[in-house]
Design a binder for this molecule. Sequence first.
Ligand SMILES: [Zn+2]
Length: 75
Amino acid sequence: MDCPYCKKEMKEGILSGDARQGVSWKEGEKKASMIDKVVGSCKVTAAKVGLSVFTIQAHFCEGCKKMIIDTDVTK
Ligand SMILES: [Zn+2]
């Protein structure tokens, strides 16, 4: 994938982290709340959550310091 900003080739890799909280995304300046987590909203569906880790396939541009992830977010 080419970076949409600088048009250079982006690096493809895997994001990983702690699976206890999963991965959430919420519009605005506040993170997903406990209520969001209880009702199951704001989940980043690209995150494949295992017992102790999650993984996300992502493209990274070293020049622009940006990542692009193909995902949906639960309502
Ligand atoms: Zn770029």
